[in-house]
Design a protein around this ligand. Structure first.
Ligand code: GDP
Length: 301
């Protein structure tokens, strides 16, 4: 897909909707409670015999629409409550397709971006800090324990690992960054290793940037998100470990997510898609696959 087309995929209608500073606080709280502002009951027609009228749209609903990820094929004003994936800001549109994973096969490990598969299939790159829960999420998505273990084998952790799903698209496991306790020699030079991949990989539909929601925003994640944003790399924020409530101390996942979004806001003109997940409870798994299906199907068309 040409870069311009790719840009359109991830720069939908929201670009034109300004977010003033006075909106920002409000938007953050609305973004995290998307389902409450417009309940099903408020959209019901009180007189079932009356001709179907367009439901009234409150300011709150109009505002919530400005923080949503509205995919191609949907106009923001068409969005209704049941089009929004729970635990996310993602609207489902006409490109949603079969999201089931029927088979997955490890294809190859590449040490350089130019060694990656050249068959032009669309791909999603999974990226995150070491220990963010990337292997667990990949295993949960494909429902196989051994898949992400491949990339944990010694020697494969610094490689770009391609997994072919349903013989039609790839999940790409990228090296984790920021090994907190590793000696300097074992730390990955993420910048030189993967920057080329992000900047040149034509078949990259979206980076799934995994962020641990059980801890407050980390500088290294913010740096990574900001770099991707500045370089217009399509991104979906996947918050992991959303089941985890630190016993009394620390912040709750939704507070950490809100803070993270606040901190990356200035590098994104629109709200990137984001979704809450837990590999322990299965939260967000099916929803994330649906989101990926609509991005993929749009890319394919
Ligand atoms: P990776 O280094 O990013 O591949 O992370 P792993 O998948 O190996 O997970 C790191 C640690 O976080 C392990 O102890 C996992 O059991 C734990 N973990 C991963 N996902 C979740 C989750 O959704 N909830 C909770 N509570 N723990 C998780």
């Amino acid at each position: 897909m040409l870069p311009a087309v790719r840009a359109r995929l991830f720069s939908p209608h929201l670009a034109s909707l300004p977010l003033s500073p006075s909106h920002s606080l409000k938007s953050r709280s609305v973004a995290l409670s998307l389902r409450s502002p417009f309940s099903h009951s408020s959209r019901q027609n009180p007189n079932p015999h009356a001709p179907a009228a367009k439901p009234a749209v409150s300011d709150a609903v109009k505002f919530v629409r400005t923080v949503l990820f509205v995919p191609p094929g949907v106009e923001p004003e068409e969005v209704t409550d049941d089009m929004i994936l729970p635990g996310s800001n993602i609207v489902l549109g006409p490109y949603v397709g079969d999201a089931k994973i029927k088979e997955v096969e490890f294809v190859k490990s590449s040490s350089r971006p130019k060694d990656c598969p050249k068959d032009q299939r669309p791909e999603f790159a999974m990226l995150g800090r070491s220990n963010v829960g990337k292997s667990s999420l990949i295993n949960a998505l494909v429902r196989k324990k051994e898949v992400a273990l491949t990339s944990k084998k010694p020697g494969k952790t610094q490689l770009i690992n391609h997994f072919l799903v349903n013989r039609s698209w790839y999940i790409v496991d990228l090296p984790g960054y920021g090994f907190a306790n590793a000696p300097e020699s074992a730390r990955m030079d993420w910048s030189s290793f993967t920057k080329g991949y992000f900047l040149n990989r034509e078949t990259l539909v979206s980076v799934l940037l995994l962020i641990d929601a059980s801890v407050p925003p980390q500088k290294i994640d913010l740096d990574c998100a900001n770099w991707l944003g500045r370089n217009n790399i399509p991104i979906t924020f996947v918050f992991t470990k959303c089941d985890k409530m630190k016993g009394g101390k620390g912040k709750r996942p939704d507070e950490n997510i809100r803070k993270f979004q606040e901190l990356i806001r200035e590098n994104y003109r629109q709200h990137p898609p984001w979704i809450m997940t837990s590999s322990t409870t299965g939260l967000g798994r099916d929803e994330l696959l649906l989101h990926m299906s609509q991005l993929r199907n749009y890319w394919d068309n």
